[in-house]
Every structure is written in structure tokens, then in C-alpha cells.
Design a protein around this ligand. Sequence first.
Ligand SMILES: NC(=O)c1ccc[n+]([C@@H]2O[C@H](COP(=O)([O-])OP(=O)(O)OC[C@H]3O[C@@H](n4cnc5c(N)ncnc54)[C@H](O)[C@@H]3O)[C@@H](O)[C@H]2O)c1
Ligand SMILES: [Zn+2]
Length: 359
Amino acid sequence: MDTKFKKIESINHSIYFNEEGYDALLKLCAKNNYSKIVIITDDNCSEYCLEFLLEELTTETTIEIIEFDPGEENKTLETCNQVWGALIDVGADRKSLIINLGGGVVTDLGGFVASTYKRGIDFVHIPTSLLAMVDAAIGGKNGVDLNGLKNQIGTITNPKMVIIDISYLSTLPQSQMQSGMAEIYKHGLIANKSYWEDLTDFDKLATMDIEKFIHESITIKNNIIKEDPTETGIRKALNFGHTLGHAIESYCLETPTQKTLLHGQAIAMGMILESYLSWKIGKLSPAEYLEIKTKINHVFDKINFNQNDIELILKYLIHDKKNEYGTIQFALLNGIGKTAINQTVSNDLIQKAFQDYNT
Ligand SMILES: NC(=O)c1ccc[n+]([C@@H]2O[C@H](COP(=O)([O-])OP(=O)(O)OC[C@H]3O[C@@H](n4cnc5c(N)ncnc54)[C@H](O)[C@@H]3O)[C@@H](O)[C@H]2O)c1
Ligand SMILES: [Zn+2]
């Protein structure tokens, strides 16, 4: 058994690493005597990850597979309808277990489907993308998009366990690896300055163990969600870069002339913009802002938006789910490694952030 990385205790469940996770999963199945195991996955993960999981799932319980088309554009209620229908077709009941095998789209949608099917059945996440390992599968939030707006429908329901196995990453496209890195950088920026420094020492980074980052990032996110499971306070820190990042992501998703961005690409830009806001409200030094901008731009391609795009992105902001009492609430940085939540800024400053990004 690989015990290099210790399991992490989350709310009512554990996050396991490697073989220890599959062992725990088999024990869970034996203990609960599930009527069926249903694996929900997308076509890519079915091709690249499913066989590996099936080899680990040495159980007598009947296993059914439900697949849907990959991509954020399918993280919708229409796909949920298909999956709920397929669950009925395969005879899944209240005593069945769902395993969500895939990236954040699968864990978000599969978690929502499981938490609502027959008023909620057990589910397990096995994230296969870097982003899902360090973020989407951690924290119990799940859900789908509505009319192109991100994560408008969902629940907070915890899985029975999460299994992290980095061998799935061997088939993940490089662009998706990079997308996941955005959340890892975010964890450093909001919670741990020396982690951020390690991550942005690019020579050192190339020689470092990715599993170590994953463990560190999950620990950071998990500590925050354990303190504030329902997002009344400190959990909002995880939204750093996401208020503008989500607006950018939604705008690109909904605008046929724009190239659809990966979540991490939008968040990388959002983090630069929101670091600018942090600087301008006096919570980040100019040197820190410049450092963040330079280092994130070193990793992620710049995105070009004209003034018209910016106006339209700002319209998306008002739909943001963190918009409370009619004002846009930001989670900003309070120096590198700390956050200031519930911050409001003027529209004019947001415009200036985009202008500075373009320079
Ligand atoms: N619930 C949360 O707290 C939370 C947090 C962050 C992000 N999210 C959500 O996560 C989603 C993004 O997740 P994502 O970046 O994983 O996207 P994704 O699920 O679309 O996966 C990215 C692509 O990689 C493919 N893929 C995944 N694993 C693979 C593997 N091992 N080999 C080959 N291909 C593989 C997928 O099929 C897909 O095409 C967004 O919808 C976002 O809103 C949720
Ligand atoms: Zn994110």
C-alpha cells in the first residue's frame, strides 16, 4: 500500500490517496451491501480511465456505466435528465452507490444527480483531472449551469469518500493540466505565501512532485471548508479570482465569436484582475500585484478583450451567485497568503483592472 500521502479528513468523509482509497471503497461496498454500483463518467474518461477503475473494483456487486458527452456545455439539467432516466433504466434504487469518475463536470453533475435522485443516494468521487482533484471534488458543492450561467442549480452534499489517484493524469491533455494549476496557484495566494513561492519558482517547480502539490492544495481547501461548510464566511476566500473569472468564463461560453476558455484560464485572468482590485483598495502592495501579474502571465496565455467585451462581461457579473443584496462581493487578497472577504469596489475600478491587464 502506498502510504506516502496520508488521507485527509473532511466533513463526514475522507479523501484517500491511491490504493488506500480503492481498499476503503471496497470496504464501503461490503459494509453497505449496495444493490448496484453505477459509474457516471463522460466519454473521454470512459475511454481513458474506466478500465483502470474496473480492475480495482473487485466486487460481486453489479456495476452499471452511464456516460454523457464531455464538456462544460453539457453540465446542464438536460444531461441530468438523461442521467436520472438512465438510473431508472438500470434499476438504481435508494441502496445503490454512484461513483463519479471524471473531471469537474462529472463530479459536479454526478454529485448533483446523486444528491437528488430518490432524494439523495450515496456517491463517491474519483476525480481524473487535476482541477477536479484539487478543487471540484473537494468541499461537497455540486451542481449544473443554467442558460449558460455557471453553477446556478446545485446542492451542498458530501460524498462518502474521494479517491485521489494521479495515475489518471497520464492521459489528461496538457492544457487541462495547466487549467488545474490555476486553482493550485489560488490556494497559495489565499492561504500560504511560501507555497505560492515554491509554485512560482519555475525551475524548482519542474522537478517537484505533483502529488505533493495536490496533497497541499487539498489540505488548504479542506481546512477552509471545514471551518465554514455553508459559505457564510471564510469559505468565500476560495472565490478569489472567481467573481470576475466566472463572468469571463460565462461570457465566452455564451458568445459564439469568443473562443471558449478552460475554467483555469478564466480564473487565471480573474486572479490578475482581482489582485489589481486588492492593490487599489490598499490591501496589496504594488510590488506584490506586479509579482502576481508577471508570474501568472508566465504560465497562462493572455486573453484579449476589447471595450465592448468588457462591458458585456460586466453584465455577467450581476448574475454571479456571490452577488448578495444587489452588490458585487469580492474575495480579495490581503497580502499574498491572506484574504479579505466581502469587499465591494466601484465599476470604474473594475474597468481599470481590465485596462491594466491589457498593458
Ligand atoms: N464543485 C466545486 O467546488 C468546483 C470547484 C472548481 C471547479 N468546479 C467545476 O469543475 C468544472 C471544471 O472541471 P475540469 O476542468 O475537470 O473540466 P472537465 O470535467 O470538463 O474535464 C476537462 C476535460 O478533460 C477530460 N478528462 C478528464 N480527465 C481526463 C483524463 N484523466 N484523461 C483524459 N481526459 C480527461 C474531460 O473529459 C474533459 O474533456 C467546471 O464546471 C467548474 O465549475 C467545481
Ligand atoms: Zn475554480
